[in-house]
Design a protein around this ligand. Sequence first.
Ligand code: PEP
Length: 249
Amino acid sequence: MRTPIVIGNWKLNGTRAMADRLVADIEAVRPELKDIDIGVCPPFVYIPQVVAQVAGAGLGVGAQSCAEYDTGAYTGEVSAEMIRDVGCQYVLVGHSERRTLFGETNEVVGRKTQKALAAGLTPVVCVGETLEERQAGKMNAVVGAQIEAVVAAVGIQAFERVIVAYEPVWAIGTGQTASPEQAQAMHASIRAQLAAYSPAIAESVRIQYGGSIKPGNAAILFAQPDIDGGLIGGASLTAEDFLVICRAA
Ligand code: PEP
């Protein structure tokens, strides 16, 4: 049995006050949400206050990215060790916005995943195809190569501590979600790919769906057999929406 996990990715949004309110609202309802894991990924600067606020409340905190380096002259970067040091549990790796806007290749994503694991974090490895790639029928090959690069970097055994998030690029922030069938087919394909290395790990790895999940479509997506919760962008910025989605998981 895989425990579903719902993670809110706040992206470049929020203030100290907003973070405070949002987390307080989630915490208030957390005891009712049994049998799922919940996490939030605030912008870096708000992480310490959120970590302090959630202490012992059953809410995980993550960063939205980490450096592929440990230390040194990399202005503006934050290492996985630092993220762990301030009390995070998760880190998103290879979000499509990082891949497309900040040039993160499959190899960079592999190295970041390795750094996250070495620091004791749970990496949430994001994969997904563009609309053009889907229309050309290349989605399985594209996502397969993204997964393969991570397996090459960290080895299949490390997937005991990896979460995968399938996020079709065309569904992120667009209001156009993948159909439950499209999402399920890709999740099954990712699981089959991992099963070729280790059936046991493929069975246990959690694969979240992400891309315009809203209160109205969460339940049907989460009902698919290979979807183990969601990575939520826009709808994670209001407690009301985020909590409806958490309940659906
Ligand atoms: C995301 O950024 O990971 C995401 C899924 O965004 P949204 O829910 O807004 O599509």
